[in-house]
Design a protein around this ligand. Structure first.
Ligand SMILES: Cc1cc2nc3c(=O)[nH]c(=O)nc-3n(C[C@H](O)[C@H](O)[C@H](O)COP(=O)(O)O)c2cc1C
Length: 407
């Protein structure tokens, strides 16, 4: 059953949430067993309503029904399209066919073309400039161009009366979250994890643009007491907003958690698995936060979760094998994503195993040397560990502990 829920966030600001528990791979890429919501917002003013974004097209019917319960469609004066990715824009197509829908569509100048090429609809469109203001009745809006969060046409909208920032994908999270988070204690570790995972998967590639957008917000010194993203919970209250802005900056800058180690390994027949088992026997301590992601014959962790956890790791350990005279294929894929989404300065320890020619070691070193990661130490093992390998592994493990400040 397709559900679009309606809740009042504030008097005159209503969220319509399409609840997607069935999706398996967001963007056909990211594993999200926790599900996702697509949030659209209705802002009521004394002179009519404004709609912010829509929801994914497979919810269009339920969305239009829900919208009709909230507002007379003739009363919607504007639809602000803050981002054209179809999970937010595609129900505009259904709306545009309704005879009682007469709203003008507002967006970044690039959005006009995308409405045509992605949705194939003709709408009354007006582009908005960076910093442009719009007043409707008792409400004043300010549009901010925030390019590449995570498409070129992304904008935020500030509603002065509520100190509200409508941010579409930025500050969003996976999961079917509570409607609002209005207290720092409700900004749970679990929710922050879904937010960080979303950041890493979707926005991480554009870290520099995140910093630019955060700087822009602080320069403008806008009243910020509410963030309404298009996935996840509405963030309410100056404290919560401040904390989330801080988290975003630290993820964008790649600030590591003090004692966090992320281990990624693949293992076809158990050689790398045995090496990691030995490494873990040394580095697993109560005060070390070790996260292991493995790709083996009986288990595959989610790539989406790996990226979400690695973003604030202090140290990365990568263990993999040579396969067909190259790097094990899954590792190539993971490394490509890692470098695209989370290429920040941090130490990486490399372990490779091989049968007759360690091509994986050579190739991985060539890739890593061009990245921001610092290859701290490398261990190449001819499948079974020798006494010398064991000594080197022990040295590597102790060096990791020293780097973490754990003795
Ligand atoms: C299908 C397959 C292809 C392999 N290709 C190579 C290769 O091209 N060069 C090499 O030196 N070893 C190769 N090996 C050997 C593995 O790299 C080696 O046994 C390694 O230790 C396996 O580690 P794992 O069980 O942790 O994945 C191959 C093994 C398999 C099963």
């Amino acid at each position: 059953m397709k559900t679009v829920e309606v809740r009042e966030v504030l008097k005159d600001l209503i969220v319509l949430r399409a609840i997607d528990r069935d999706i398996r791979y967001f963007e056909s890429l990211w594993e999200i067993p926790e599900g996702i919501t697509y949030n659209s917002y209705v802002l009521r003013t004394s002179e009519g309503s404004i709609l912010f974004d829509t929801v994914k097209h497979n919810f269009s019917e339920e969305y239009v029904d829900a919208l009709r319960r909230v507002v007379d469609l003739r009363d919607i004066k504007y639809v602000v399209i803050q981002h054209m990715e179809p999970d937010h824009s595609s129900s505009l197509k259904a709306l545009s066919t309704l005879s009682d829908f007469r709203a003008e569509v507002l967006g970044h100048p690039l959005t006009a073309k995308l409405v045509k090429s992605l949705l194939g609809v003709d709408v009354k469109f007006r582009s908005v400039k960076d910093g442009e203001e719009l007043r409707l009745g008792n409400i004043a809006l300010k549009f901010l161009h925030t390019p590449w969060l995570h498409w070129p046409e992304t904008i935020f909208t500030h509603i002065e009366e509520f100190g509200a920032l409508m941010t579409c994908d930025a500050f969003g999270a996976y999961s079917i979250a509570p409607y609002t988070i209005s207290d720092l204690t409700d900004l749970t570790t679990q929710y922050v994890k879904y937010m960080r995972k979303y950041f890493a998967n979707i926005i991480g590639h554009y870290r520099d643009n995140v910093i630019k957008a955060l700087d822009k917000l602080s320069t403008l010194n806008l009243k910020a007491e509410l963030i309404a993203p298009s996935h996840g919970a509405v963030l309410l209250g100056a404290n919560v907003v401040k904390e989330v802005l801080k988290l975003y900056r630290s993820w964008a800058e790649g600030v590591p958690e003090d004692k966090k180690v992320v281990i990624l390994y693949t293992s076809m027949y158990g050689y790398n698995e045995e090496i990691i088992r030995k490494l873990l026997s040394t580095i697993s301590r109560d005060n070390v936060d070790v996260r292991v992601f493995r790709f083996t014959s009986d288990h595959r962790d989610n790539v989406s979760d790996f990226l979400g956890e690695v973003i604030d790791a202090k140290v990365i350990v990568l263990a993999t094998s040579t396969y067909d005279n190259s790097v094990f294929p899954i590792t190539k894929y993971l490394l490509e994503l890692l470098l695209s989404k989370s290429n920040v300065e941090k130490p990486i320890y490399l372990i490779t195993t091989y049968g007759w020619n360690d091509a994986a070691s050579r190739e991985l070193k060539n890739i890593l040397v061009k990245s921001k990661f610092k290859l701290s130490r490398e261990l190449s093992v001819n499948s079974l560990l020798t006494e010398t390998d064991l000594q080197k592994l022990d040295y590597m493990s102790r060096e990791i502990l020293t780097y973490l400040g754990v003795s």
